[in-house]
Design a protein around this ligand. Structure first.
Ligand code: ATR
Length: 491
């Protein structure tokens, strides 16, 4: 069930917000601590959905600054007016007395951490004899969320529980899977009643919160940072399109937490992962199987969990090769010989020698391309060239070689530094195929320059969409809705 807190500071504003919230919420939380002189009678008369009346004191993270007996007095008034629920802090439950037909939610909030003794806190809450308990903590690390999930799985009592804060957002999305009774969403950005609260629009339209249940499979992006990622839009949109009971979330995991996080993955809390910086290499040690090309590349961007056995592969590699293949096929037109293996024998210059360059170099090498690498740090370029079995040249030699296909794998030209180009335009020639793996902006400075010279250009969106589509297929065993994914990324 979804609950939207009303946080207006006036009675009129709260009535307006209640009406708006009632369109989306199963329950509306009336935060009377936000209202100057709340008129409970009018507020409750105007409700169209069940309400939780909450009057949180400042010491517990709320806005109420009056004296304690007046604070409790307002809650008793809500009870006498027939409010469906009141939220009462665990240390004040005994002050309430007879609650009549109103149901009590005994709550515990910790704005600093997710304490070690979660189970003790929960059992103390249960003992208070309320109708439901609410145990809300602050996530300082990603594993705090999974401790909440463990608590929910074994709680055996109606419980609302999740973590606050940016790191706790996944618990807001996933708590219904583990039996959490209520999810809180803000009406709009800026209307949050607690840190990390997602908007109703995000919860409903991106994460399809109404459909998250015990059978929902959990996928997500493992990385740091992850906030910029379009992954949740692409994968959740594709799950919806295909009618798959799954949700994709963002797991922000720093280096020190990777071991703890992967332990929860292995236990089955997560069914599959996309992997990005900085974990593409470090995740390998947690895998039971790794596919041969990902092993060669030394980087994994996809992990699938089958009954606790983790398999890794690299979809960046086939995505780049396929995108380039298709472009070369279009150019080749009707020449059947070229159509079979358009990359074979082509002279390909790869700029860069990082993780993406590795994936593309090994992939194109398998297809018989004649590869040259140029990297800012020449020693790194030379090391990759040695592994792949190709040559490496300095930036000062770029004008001296024949190039059919140029691939930029560096971040030069990426938003916000969109005026940058990894090479000067003297390297670009008519008919040259120029592939930039950057997808923001869709047409980089390099691609603009290449077009001006009469080159054929390929932007990073195509590779990005294809690597996500291949992941989707590994996650679900179903064909990816490629066109929808393309539209989602471009939009
Ligand atoms: P990714 O996994 O996205 O490939 P990476 O492993 O950090 O990221 O690699 C980034 C690549 O971009 C490297 O080849 C890097 O060159 P160095 O090896 O010299 O660091 C290259 N790169 C990044 N910024 C660059 C810049 N301003 N000019 C030229 N090359 C750059």
């Amino acid at each position: 069930m979804i609950c939207i807190p009303v946080t207006a500071s006036s009675n009129e504003g709260a009535i307006d917000e209640m009406k708006e919230a009632a369109k989306f919420a199963d329950i509306v939380e009336l935060r009377i601590d936000y209202i100057n002189s709340p008129d409970l009678e009018s507020l409750l008369k105007e409700r169209t959905k069940p309400v939780i009346v909450t009057n949180r004191a400042r010491r517990q993270g709320g806005m109420y600054s009056g004296d304690e007996s007046a604070r409790i007095g307002l809650l008793k008034e809500a009870i006498s007016l027939g409010a469906e629920y009141i939220d009462i802090e665990h240390d004040a439950v005994n002050e309430i007395g007879d609650a009549g037909s109103t149901k009590l939610i005994a709550s515990y909030h910790n704005f600093d951490e997710t304490p070690d003794n979660l189970l003790d806190i929960h059992s103390d809450l249960v003992k208070l004899g309320a109708h439901m308990v609410k145990l809300i903590t602050f996530a300082k690390k990603i594993t705090d969320n999974f401790r909440i999930f463990e608590l929910l799985c074994g709680s055996g009592f109606p419980t609302i529980s999740f973590c606050m804060g940016e790191l706790g957002q996944i618990s807001r999305i996933l708590s219904p899977k583990f039996g959490g009774k209520l999810v809180f969403a803000s009406l709009a950005k800026g209307k949050e009643s607690a840190p990390g609260q997602l908007t109703i629009d995000e919860l409903v339209n991106v994460y399809r919160i109404g459909e998250v249940d015990k059978d929902t499979k959990v996928f997500g992006l493992l990385g740091n940072p992850v906030a910029h990622s379009r992954g949740a839009y692409i994968h959740n949109g594709a799950f919806k399109e295909k009618g798959i009971n799954a949700v994709y979330v963002l797991f922000k995991v720093d280096d020190q937490e990777l071991v703890g996080f992967m332990e929860y993955v292995r236990k089955g809390y997560v069914n599959g992962l996309s992997v990005t910086i900085p974990h593409k290499e470090s995740v390998i040690k947690f895998l039971h199987n790794i596919d041969p090309i990902a092993k060669k590349i030394g980087a994994v961007n996809t992990v699938v969990n089958q009954d606790g056995k983790l398999s890794g592969c690299n979809t960046d590699c086939p995505a780049a090769v396929d995108a380039l293949d298709e472009t070369l096929q279009k150019i080749a037109g009707s020449s059947m010989e070229e159509l079979n293996e358009p990359i074979c024998g082509k002279s390909v210059l790869i700029i860069g020698a990082g993780g993406s360059a590795r994936a593309i170099a090994f992939g194109l090498n398998e297809k018989g391309a004649n590869i040259t690498i140029a990297n800012r740090t020449e020693t790194r370029g030379e090391m990759l060239a040695k592994e792949v079995g190709c040559r490496c040249i300095g930036y000062n030699e770029l004008n001296d070689i024949e190039i059919d296909v140029l691939v930029n794998t560096t971040s030069v030209g990426m938003h916000p530094n969109v005026e940058g180009s990894p090479i000067s335009d003297s390297v670009l020639k008519k008919g040259m195929v120029v592939f930039d793996i950057i997808y923001n902006p869709p047409k980089t400075k390099l691609l603009q320059m290449a077009e001006e010279k009469g080159g054929v250009v390929l932007g990073g969106i195509e590779m990005f969409v294809r690597q996500a589509a291949l992941q989707f297929e590994l996650f679900t065993d179903q064909e990816a809705p490629l066109e929808l994914m393309r539209i989602t990324v471009s939009g």
